[in-house]
Design a protein around this ligand. Structure first.
Ligand code: FNR
Length: 387
């Protein structure tokens, strides 16, 4: 059985030969190094959030109000971090959240491909954003045996939405994640102060520019008139969906359909009644609305409302400890966001692999030390509210 915690012995052993880890193993140092290495406008885009970033910050700090209760005489010498998700057995309970500019985070500008390669190496699924530098087919071709999910920003043009979903199906994606909270961009002071919105500069639009339906809506192809193509993208990007649209979304695919951005139990119940297969509790890392509630504080209500429907969660995960707490609160799988973008920025595929291995190692060792050998052992009563 794979024990992700073994990564620490690998690091200590390398130290005996005078080799230190190439990248830091903790988020704070990783973030600092990545910010120093990335272009300033990219740092703003990745690190920035909505308003004064209160929600973004408490997404992280709220986890500190929960403590995992250590249990002894468990003999957790063997741990199993695997989970079942939509009929698939996954080796770990984590996945990589969709990040629209992940392409730009790589030094070669092809971070979507690098992320897919890291997914393949570790068996950790990637949720590939609609906003990517390489078309979804190229991204999916790098997954190997690891399942991938396609994240859909639903455009106002229904034919384009359908085309993107068909392409994702044909490319072998194993589920469609519809992001509901971003039909309009939230107020992001860091980006506004730099007057920088990457897509308006033509970045991360490969899925649109390679799409027959999108191209059919243009007078000239993007290669001939980039500005007009970008303007057209701006017109069709965001669809303020309402409940009447759910049957149509459901009809688009037989693949597992997951709704991202669900934070209210009533919305979870209604989406499940409408036939979705998964609920994805997330506040977009505090990038979209500065409403003031940490995503993790909304998770228990969503889990309760979702009954047996899987609940994916992200927003505020910085280490294995938060992964474990989110699982104990009932998440089925936990999404890693900014940390993997920073690993990528510093060291490409290997940087992502390192960051994910660190998160998994910390989670595994927490399960070992505190006596929770299986994911199923992590339940709400494993936690104590401490603040
Ligand atoms: C995102 N996120 C996001 N979500 C989505 O559904 N589609 C997307 O294209 C993007 N793009 C994106 C870009 C950047 C730079 C970031 C940081 C985030 C949100 C992402 O999936 C996830 O919800 C957050 O990253 C979780 O917050 P933390 O843990 O990264 O703070």
């Amino acid at each position: 059985m794979v024990h992700y915690g073994d990564y620490q012995m690998e690091i200590y052993r390398a130290g005996l030969n005078g080799r230190l880890p190439k990248l830091p193993v903790d988020f704070r140092e990783l973030e600092a190094r990545a910010h120093a290495a990335m272009p300033p406008e990219l740092v703003s885009y990745v690190a920035g959030g909505c308003g004064n970033e209160h929600t973004q910050n408490i997404n992280v700090s709220a986890f500190e109000r929960w403590g995992l209760i250590p249990r002894m005489f468990v003999g957790a010498a063997k741990r199993d971090m695997s989970i079942d998700l939509f009929g698939m057995r996954l080796p770990t309970p984590i996945f990589m959240s969709p990040i629209g500019v992940i392409g730009l985070c790589a030094q070669d500008g092809h971070g979507d491909i690098a992320t897919a390669r890291a997914a393949r190496k570790l068996g950790v699924p990637m949720v590939a954003s609609t906003l990517s530098t390489n078309p979804l087919e190229e991204v999916a071709s790098e997954f190997g045996e690891t399942p991938g999910f396609f994240q859909l920003y639903t455009p106002t043009d229904r034919a384009l939405a359908e085309s993107l979903v068909r392409r994702a199906e044909a490319a072998g994606f194993k589920g469609i994640v519809v992001t509901l909270d971003t039909w309009v961009t939230g107020w992001r002071p860091r980006d506004l102060n730099q007057s920088n919105f990457p897509m308006l500069r033509g970045h991360a639009l490969a899925n649109y520019f390679s799409d027959a339906v999108f191209r059919g809506s243009l007078v000239e192809p993007p290669e001939k008139d980039l500005s007009a193509a970008i303007m057209q993208w701006g017109k069709i990007f965001g669809n303020p969906l309402n409940w009447d649209d759910l049957p149509w979304l459901r009809s688009l695919t037989k693949l597992p359909l997951i709704m991202k951005g669900i934070c209210h139990p009533d919305d979870a119940r209604r989406a499940i009644d409408g036939g979705v297969d998964g609920i994805y509790c997330s506040n977009h890392g505090g990038r979209q609305a500065n409403g003031g509630i940490a995503a993790v504080d909304l998770l228990p209500g969503i889990v309760k409302a979702s009954c047996n429907t899987p609940v994916l969660f992200d927003s505020g995960i910085r280490s294995g400890t938060e992964v474990i707490k989110a699982l104990a609160l009932g998440a089925t799988a936990v999404g890693i966001g900014r940390p993997y973008a920073y690993g990528l920025a510093l060291d490409g595929v290997e940087g992502i692999v390192h960051v994910l291995r660190c998160i998994l190692a910390e989670a595994d060792l927490l399960m070992a030390v505190d006596g929770y050998p299986r994911i199923a052992d992590l339940v709400p009563s494993s936690l104590m509210a401490v603040g």
